[in-house]
Ligand binder design. Structure first.
Ligand SMILES: O=C(O)c1cc(=O)[nH]c(=O)n1[C@@H]1O[C@H](COP(=O)(O)O)[C@@H](O)[C@H]1O
Length: 285
C-alpha cells in the first residue's frame, strides 16, 4: 500500500515533506532568462530542488494554486514536475484541497488520481460532508492512492469553525472520529491507513490527545518554519519518529535568498534547509 511506502521513506529519509509552492517570485532571474516558457522555468526550478534533496526528503507536496495562477503553462509545469517525481520513484502529494458533491468529486478523483495530474496522495476538505470524501475511495480500494483530509488546519482561522463545540466536543473531533472509522478498511502493514489527516503544527493544544486518539491515521503536518511552528511543536504529532510528514514550502524553496552567495550555492543552501529541519524534528535522535 502507498501509505506503507511513505512510512518506509520516512524511516529511511526522515519526516521532511518539501513543499513545491513555486511562485515565479521565488525563482532566480538566471533560470527565468534561460528558459522561454513559464512551464519550463517552473519545472527547471523544481527539478533543481528535487535533485539536491531527494535522498533526504520523504515526499514532495505541490500546492496547485501556485501552478493554476500561471494558467495553462503553469499547469504544464505542475504536470512535468509530477512526471519527473514518478520517473525517479519519489512520492508526491497534490495539494488540491477538493470538496464538492459526489458527482463532481468523482471527476476530481479522476483528475488527480489518473492522467496528466496523477499523484500518490491528494488533500481533501471534508467540511461539506462525508459524501464529498467517499467518491475517492474507489482509488483507495486498489491500495496505490491515499488522501489527507483537513482535520485541524494551521491557519489562525481554524478557531472560527473547526474548534466549535458541537455536542460537547470540538467539530474537528467529529471529523476525525468519522475518518478514523472509515479508514479501518484501508490499514496497511505499517499500521497506518490510506485515509490520513492534515493537522497544523502551529496549534499544539490537544496535539498529544489527537495523536493518541487517531492511532491509524498518518498525519500531514504543515506550518513548520514560515508559519512559526518549530521542531518540538510538530513532533508532538509523530509516533516514535514516524506517523507523519512535516511540510515546509517557503522555508525550503526560498532558503537560498537568505545568503549573499545564495544563487551560486543554491543546491547547498536548499539541502541545508532540509537537513536542519530534519534534525530539528528529531530525526536520528
Ligand atoms: O493542506 C495543506 O497542505 C495545508 C493545510 C494547512 O492547514 N495549512 C497549510 O499551510 N497547508 C499548506 O502547506 C503549505 C505551507 O507553506 P509554508 O507556510 O510556505 O511552509 C502551503 O502549501 C499550504 O497551502
Amino acid at each position: 500500500m502507498i501509505i506503507d511506502r511513505l512510512y518506509d521513506e520516512v524511516e529511511k529519509k526522515g519526516n521532511v515533506c518539501v513543499g513545491l509552492d513555486t511562485s515565479l517570485d521565488y525563482i532566480p532571474e538566471k533560470i527565468k532568462k534561460k528558459y522561454k516558457d513559464i512551464d519550463e522555468v517552473i519545472f527547471q526550478f523544481n527539478k533543481k530542488i528535487i535533485d539536491c534533496t531527494e535522498d533526504i526528503t520523504a515526499i514532495y507536496k505541490l500546492q496547485i494554486a501556485y501552478y493554476e495562477a500561471y494558467g495553462i503553462r503553469g499547469l504544464f509545469g505542475y504536470m512535468k514536475t509530477l512526471e519527473y517525481l514518478r520517473g525517479i520513484n519519489a512520492l508526491s502529494i497534490g495539494d488540491v484541497k477538493r470538496g464538492d458533491i459526489a458527482s463532481t468529486a468523482d471527476m476530481y478523483a479522476k483528475a488527480h488520481f489518473e492522467g496528466d495530474f496523477e499523484t500518490d496522495f491528494i488533500t481533501l476538505n471534508p467540511y461539506m460532508g462525508f459524501d464529498s470524501i467517499t467518491p475517492y475511495f474507489k482509488y483507495l480500494d486498489k491500495g496505490n492512492k491515499g488522501i489527507f483530509v483537513l482535520l485541524r488546519t494551521s491557519n489562525p482561522g481554524a478557531k472560527d469553525i473547526e474548534y466549535l463545540d458541537v455536542g460537547g466536543k470540538n467539530l474537528y473531533y467529529h471529523v476525525g472520529d468519522k475518518l478514523e472509522e472509515m479508514g479501518k478498511k484501508y490499514i496497511g502493514k505499517s499500521g497506518y491507513s490510506l485515509i490520513g489527516a492534515v493537522v497544523g503544527g502551529t496549534h499544539t493544544d490537544e496535539a498529544i490527545e489527537i495523536r493518541e486518539r487517531y492511532k491509524d491515521m498518518y498525519f500531514l503536518i504543515p506550518g513548520y518554519g514560515a508559519q512559526g511552528a518549530g521542531g518540538k511543536d510538530v513532533s508532538l504529532y509523530l509516533n516514535e519518529g514516524n506517523g507523519g510528514v512535516v511540510n515546509s514550502s517557503r522555508g525550503i524553496i526560498t532558503a537560498y535568498k537568505n545568503y549573499e552567495d545564495g544563487i551560486k550555492n543554491f543546491e547547498k543552501y536548499t539541502r541545508e534547509a532540509v537537513l536542519s529541519m530534519r534534525e530539528d524534528i528529531g530525526y536520528g535522535r
